[in-house]
Design a protein around this ligand. Structure first.
Ligand SMILES: Nc1ncnc2c1ncn2[C@@H]1O[C@H](COP(=O)(O)OP(=O)(O)OP(=O)(O)O)[C@@H](O)[C@H]1O
Ligand SMILES: [Mg+2]
Length: 260
């Protein structure tokens, strides 16, 4: 199965008819209804590759059978080479820490397609999986990370359940992204390395460093985590960070985009 599909040029007229017949006069209205970005909808309508799950999701809204309007998006001659390269990456730059086993995972197809498109197509840099205890945040983040791992140069998973200090987590991250060249908790070094490669970082259980009952404030010894989250969201770099948390940190209200 190809990872992406594109609308077949000869079928685009049926897609345009389906748009108006299903009550979507503009790209914006379809984007609003699906929760996808206008950029993704525009790619779909311009016969450019869209992730497989996203493609199916848009077709569902337009009452179209995706098999009848799609064409796969891969070049067989380059497929083997790309698989070999990805295998190499997988062996070299991944540290899954205490990530959970995802071999048993019940259906979250729509959520997964949406999150995947936010990260891979919209280049979302900070994604928070937020919800009450036991709802499935960790396993969703793990499944998502496994699914998109090949799109990144490196992957690191860290649980914050033991409440590592800011210096400990920065040292750990800098050491990883610098390939163990940097042993100190230097946030500027972290920014430097994050700008140079596409890294996926998953921080599980952010609520551990938040002060329960003080709506989104960090525990007194953990205030510097604010700086880490702000840098992730605001500094220009190629990484993506997935956070799971039972409580939102206060700065997330300012940083988040629509539906994120
Ligand atoms: N989609 C799913 N497929 C399979 N198992 C699931 C799914 N969602 C939740 N579970 C199971 O439910 C339990 C709780 O899930 P998980 O640990 O991901 O919750 P959580 O929201 O991260 O909880 P916490 O806030 O305590 O960290 C786990 O045993 C997990 O395997
Ligand atoms: Mg969890």
């Amino acid at each position: 199965m190809p990872r992406s599909l594109r609308v077949n040029h000869q079928r685009i007229k049926y897609v345009k008819i389906a748009l108006s017949e299903n009550g979507y006069p503009t790209q914006k209205s379809l984007a609003y209804e699906t929760g996808l970005s206008i950029d993704t909808i525009s790619r779909f309508l311009n016969c450019k590759p869209v992730l497989y799950g996203t493609f199916e999701e848009i077709c569902r809204k337009l009452n179209l059978d995706w098999r009848e309007i799609s064409t796969p998006d891969f070049e067989p001659s380059s497929l083997k080479k790309s698989i070999n390269t990805q295998e190499l990456k997988r062996n070299k730059y991944q540290d899954w820490g205490t990530a959970v086993d995802v071999s048993v995972f019940y259906d979250r197809t729509q959520e997964m397609a949406l999150l995947e498109s936010w990260i891979l197509q919209d280049r979302c840099r900070l994604l928070t999986v937020f919800g009450r205890g036991g709802v499935g945040k960790t396993i969703l983040a793990a499944k998502l990370a496994k699914q998109i791992q090949d799109e990144f140069d490196s992957v690191i998973w860290r649980s914050l359940r033991q409440a590592p200090s800011f210096d400990e987590i920065i040292t750990d991250l800098v050491s990883f992204v610098s390939n163990h060249q940097e042993p100190k908790p230097d946030i500027n070094k972290l920014i430097y390395y994050l700008r140079t490669s596409r890294c996926l970082i998953i921080l599980d259980n952010l609520e551990t460093v938040l002060d329960v009952g003080h709506t989104g404030k960090y525990r007194s010894d953990y205030q510097e985590y604010t700086e880490l989250i702000r840098i992730i969201a605001e500094v220009e770099h190629k990484i993506c960070v997935i956070l799971t948390t039972r409580e939102k940190a206060v700065e997330m209200n300012f940083l988040e985009g629509a539906n994120r």
